[in-house]
Design a protein around this ligand. Structure first.
Ligand SMILES: C[S@@+](CC[C@H](N)C(=O)[O-])C[C@H]1O[C@@H](n2cnc3c(N)ncnc32)[C@H](O)[C@@H]1O
Length: 226
């Protein structure tokens, strides 16, 4: 198989089979060859390791599992936090209905420029250069409060507790009783948060690193306090 820029690229199956024997550097190289856009991702990790979190974008196995949690006929407004170079975005857009809306909220200006260029022709997509810390007011300003789904790639498990709590408080504030929060994380920690009830979860081994995908809803306690 060949990539867009003509390089020979190993099949995902081959990458997965080699995964247990390969070191992180080799694995990163294989991913970058398979997905040329991973080079942008890798550069942004070097520029801001804590904010970007992982060394390569989510694998196709993880994007498929995450999109599998979305009920697309009902997903009229979807918000994606931290789309990065857009691997989940592309998967979600393939299944979203024509009249639906996908709002991408990304903090990194290089990713924002890349997302704008990539999705310029899709009228369903709005790319917003913003901090998810202001999620609630951003969505109100766009007439998109209480979205059907918030999908988040922000690496909550590796950031400071104070920042994580502020981000999660804002996500809860942006959600309505029927909104669903879908996030992929290295630990299940968020599922114990008092403001969320876990609806379901899956584990994705074929990702660097392996991650849990969780679907959460606003807890009755959080709904009562709103
Ligand atoms: C682990 S990467 C995930 C990228 C992509 N979704 C994927 O799965 O490959 C985390 C992303 O969240 C973005 N991010 C981190 N903190 C953010 C914040 N407070 N607001 C918006 N985006 C943020 C980073 O810039 C990065 O694009």
């Amino acid at each position: 198989m060949r990539s867009d820029n003509g390089q020979d690229i190993p099949a995902m199956q081959e990458i997965s089979q080699n995964a247990s024997h390969a070191g992180p550097a080799l694995l990163t190289r294989l991913y970058c060859l398979r997905h040329p856009m991973s080079l942008l991702f890798f550069k942004r990790v070097l520029a801001n390791p804590i904010r970007v979190g992982y060394i390569v974008p989510s694998s196709p196995f993880l994007t498929r599992k995450t999109a599998g949690f979305i009920d697309f006929p009902k997903a009229l407004t979807v918000v994606e936090l931290g789309p990065g170079e857009g691997c989940h975005t592309r998967r979600i857009l393939r299944r979203m209905t024509p009249g639906s809306r996908l709002i991408l909220i990304e903090l990194d200006d290089h990713f924002v420029a890349h997302l704008k260029e990539q999705f310029v022709d899709d009228a369903r997509v709005s790319v917003v250069h913003a901090d998810a810390l202001h999620l609630s007011e951003t969505l109100i300003g766009m007439g998109a409060s209480e979205p059907d789904y918030i999908v988040s790639g922000i690496p909550f498990t590796i950031m400071s507790r104070e920042l994580r709590d502020r981000l999660l408080a804002n996500i809860v504030m942006a959600m309505g009783p029927n909104s669903r929060f879908i996030t992929y994380q290295a630990s299940l920690q968020i599922s114990d948060h008092q403001d969320f009830d876990l609806v379901r979860r899956k584990h994705c081994l074929l990702n660097v690193p392996p991650l849990h995908v969780m679907e959460l809803r606003k807890s009755s306690c959080a709904c009562a306090c709103a």
